[in-house]
Design a protein around this ligand. Structure first.
Ligand SMILES: *Cc1c(COP(=O)(O)O)cnc(C)c1O
Ligand SMILES: [Zn+2]
Length: 417
């Protein structure tokens, strides 16, 4: 039983059938999935959700597939961690990390969007999966396509992190490195999608793909005991995740699963690629594209597809936005690791670093609850830390050398007699 009604233009409201469509033919607005909430209200309760297996499909009535999911059955339900050490460092009362650095199977939140996109693509009869990616989407499309027996074509900027390229090739995907930025990769992929008719998860399947991000928001609410946080800070690339977390909170309120929705939504970008933050700070509705230059490559989209809508979400929720330099990104990555034992990728440094600035500036109240969204794993962006950490101390395998080391260290350690 599906509660997905149709696709609908976000601008003019024209409805379209539930096919592989993504732009309105009248006004070129983006299409979005609409649901029959009245019917969902009649069949879905918090109790039913809580009794289901711990993965993102426990909210399947709110996801855009007609049958049962066929890709990514184990994705989602990642930890929400009450982060008291980091809270102390930041001087806030109640802080949580939603940690998709440990999402299954490819260690980023992109597994959520891909499992929805490929489940839907298979329902629509596609045999070949594809994407334009800044890295994490490449990993996830390649892995999930392999697991469900689809062939995959992955298009990336040629100069991505080594681990992200290797973590795509290993699944047998055809990887095409483009000499250009993500925005150039994306433009080429639009042409290829039109010509070859493959399921480009973030182009012609985008309305379905984007809905997968809502589960990140549903889980936060459920893990907080069916309450929404006072504030949430979200990293932005194309700006889709932030709008879908906002949509998820609204839906939970519509369904009566949470009693109020007052969450202020904040966006985070790297200063080297901050077209959305620029618009928010200037009070402009216009997103001016930029040429990215940042170590946060997963967020390096200079012409964000959902930039306009994400700026709107920040404005209308009473939130704001902030950006951080490469140095601030690295400092925040280290702080998160040292206080909470979480190794996030560069995007995590962007989110935490931006949250810190927003707290310092008084934009985020120290007395309200705060969720920081960690969306990818640090093992995949190790070169960003090259030369930025202390080096291991190398000694011979002799106790005396270790004793000397301890002595040189200056700190007293108790030893057995
Ligand atoms: C893709 C990505 C995002 C943001 O994605 P949107 O395009 O804004 O939905 C955030 N963090 C990581 C690690 C990503 O890979
Ligand atoms: Zn339209």
């Amino acid at each position: 039983m599906s509660y997905m009604k149709a696709l609908k233009c976000r601008e003019c409201g024209k409805e379209y059938p539930k096919e592989a469509l993504h732009v309105c033919e009248l006004c070129f607005g983006p299409l979005e999935v609409v649901y029959e909430y009245d019917k969902i209200k009649g069949v879905l309760t918090r109790d039913i959700i809580e009794k289901r297996p711990p993965n993102m499909w426990r909210y399947k009535e709110l996801l855009p597939i007609d049958g049962e999911p066929s890709v990514g059955a184990q994705v989602g339900y990642t930890p929400l961690i009450k982060s008291d050490n980091l809270a102390k460092a930041l001087g806030v009362k109640e802080l949580y990390i939603k940690n998709d650095a440990v999402n299954y199977p490819t260690l980023s939140f992109k597994d959520r969007v891909v499992s929805v996109a490929l489940s839907r693509a298979r329902e629509l009869g596609f045999k070949i999966a594809a994407c334009a990616s800044t890295g994490n989407l490449a990993n996830s499309v390649a892995a999930n396509a392999a697991a469900c027996g689809m062939e995959s074509f992955v298009f990336i900027p040629y100069d991505l992190e080594k681990t992200k390229i290797m973590g795509t090739l290993v699944y047998g995907a055809t990887v095409i490195g483009i000499k250009g930025t993500y925005d150039e990769v994306n433009r080429l992929c639009s042409e290829i999608a039109g010509k070859y008719g493959w399921a480009f998860v973030n182009i012609n399947i985008r309305p379905y793909y984007a809905e997968g991000s809502k589960t990140f928001g549903y889980e936060i609410a459920e893990q907080l005991g069916w309450k929404l946080p006072g504030n949430i800070v979200v990293p932005m690339a194309g700006g889709s995740l932030i709008t879908k977390i906002h949509k998820a909170f609204k839906e939970l309120h519509t369904l009566g699963f949470v009693s109020e929705n007052k969450t202020k939504v904040y966006g985070a970008q790297a200063t080297g690629c901050s077209p959305i933050i620029n618009a928010v700070k200037e009070g402009s509705e216009l997103i001016r594209p930029v040429r990215p230059n940042t170590i946060a490559k997963s967020l390096a989209i200079g012409n964000p597809a959902d930039g306009y809508y994400s700026a709107k979400v920040m404005r209308e929720s009473g939130g704001w936005g902030e950006s951080v330099t490469d140095e601030e990104i690295i400092a925040a990555m280290k702080l998160l690791a040292e206080t909470e034992g979480i190794f996030a990728e560069t995007a995590g440094g962007v989110t935490l670093g931006s949250a810190m600035k927003l707290i310092e500036a008084g934009r985020i109240s120290r007395d309200e609850s705060l969720v920081i969204c960690i969306t990818g794993n640090g093992l995949k962006t190790q070169e960003a830390l090259e030369g930025k950490l202390n080096q291991p101390t190398i000694i011979n395998a002799r106790l005396q050398e270790f004793d000397d080391l301890v002595k040189a260290n200056g700190k007293e350690y108790a030893v057995k007699a």
